[in-house]
Design a protein around this ligand. Structure first.
Ligand SMILES: C[S@@+](CC[C@H](N)C(=O)[O-])C[C@H]1O[C@@H](n2cnc3c(N)ncnc32)[C@H](O)[C@@H]1O
Length: 305
């Protein structure tokens, strides 16, 4: 798809944001990293790039996220497009966590802004950030190192992560679903369901679908090839279709929303139901490959107040 030069972003907002951004500082940062060498540390040959991801530009960047420039410019711009404040919006996802997770997977983690907050909120948990772009992972790793946070960064596709069944207590995705076709979002929700232990929670933070439908012009602000499709959809319904229960969407200001769902206890599985009541936090899985929580006594969480 050709880059649209006539978006509101290109015409009005980009010049304003450029005034606010320290472009010289960004250039220095970009030049300080050997992006190809660093991204090669993450790149996995078995990761196949899905067509929707490589056939479109995102945010006016030709090549989308498979460019170091995407990783360098993402944070400086994102801080201005999440009103009233980026941290407040991301904190809404953290505040919606109802489990005490030992193992957390952040899908489409990008430069890791939410992933870092997850690790800060649950320092004892093993936190993994997964993304299709090895360049975004380079930036994420750098941020985690600066913050002194031990997070695992993994190159992968959220549709098919390769992790074992029931190996996470919490699966999150922030600002991912407005960038994926609805069919892909549905596949990611089904994958999240598979990855969660019974009683585990999924949380999706993204643009407010109601607002995006009512204010259609907002969809023209950025070059977001799938945002209209996202706005027309319904994350609650998609979560229900993936098998989640206790599905709830909460507005985060008028611009964003966070949707929560829980993997239900199978009605007839009395063993699991018995173990739920016996649960206590006793162990933590420390290795990325030994990631099967199914053998543990119970859902790997305690419900928080
Ligand atoms: C808008 S960014 C959001 C990044 C981050 N979660 C945040 O909140 O700032 C979307 C990210 O999703 C990644 N992505 C898109 N499709 C993906 C998929 N199928 N699997 C994994 N990552 C994906 C992109 O590479 C990009 O880093």
């Amino acid at each position: 798809m050709a880059v649209r030069q006539d978006t509101i972003w290109e015409r009005f907002l980009s010049p304003v944001v450029r005034l606010l951004i320290d472009e010289e500082g960004l250039r220095r940062y970009a030049d300080s990293i050997d992006w190809e060498k660093e991204s090669d540390r993450f790149r996995r040959e078995d990761v196949i790039m899905p067509p929707y991801y490589i056939s479109q530009n995102f945010h006016g960047i030709t090549g989308g996220y498979l460019k170091s420039s995407a990783a360098v410019t993402y944070d400086p711009i994102t801080q201005y497009v999440l009103p009233p404040n980026e941290t407040i919006v991301r904190q809404a996802l953290i505040d919606a966590i109802k489990v005490q997770p030992r193992r957390i997977l952040d899908l489409g983690c990008g430069t890791g802004s939410t992933t870092l907050m997850l690790k800060q909120a649950f320092p004892e948990a093993e936190v993994i950030g997964l993304d299709l772009s090895p360049y975004m992972l380079v930036r994420a790793e750098d941020k985690a190192r600066t913050a002194g946070l031990d997070i695992v960064w993994r190159h992968g596709n959220a549709e098919k992560t390769g992790f074992s069944d029931a190996s996470f207590d919490l699966v999150t995705a922030s600002l991912l679903f407005h960038e994926t076709p609805n069919a892909v979002s549905q596949t990611i929700l089904r994958e999240s369901f598979r990855l969660l232990v019974v009683g585990g929670q999924v949380l999706i933070l993204d643009g407010n679908q109601k607002t995006l439908r009512q204010l259609d012009w907002l969809n023209d602000v950025f070059e977001e090839p799938y945002i209209r499709e996202y706005a027309a959809g319904n994350i609650d319904a998609s979560m229900g279709a993936a098998g989640f229960e206790a599905v709830r969407t909460q507005d985060v200001w008028w611009t964003n929303q966070v949707t929560s769902g829980v993997k239900p206890i199978p009605a007839k599985d009395t063993t699991i139901q018995k173990n739920v009541t016996r649960y206590s936090v006793t162990s933590r899985d420390n290795t990325i490959d030994n990631n099967d929580l199914e053998g543990l006594e119970s859902p790997a969480f305690g419900v928080m107040a």
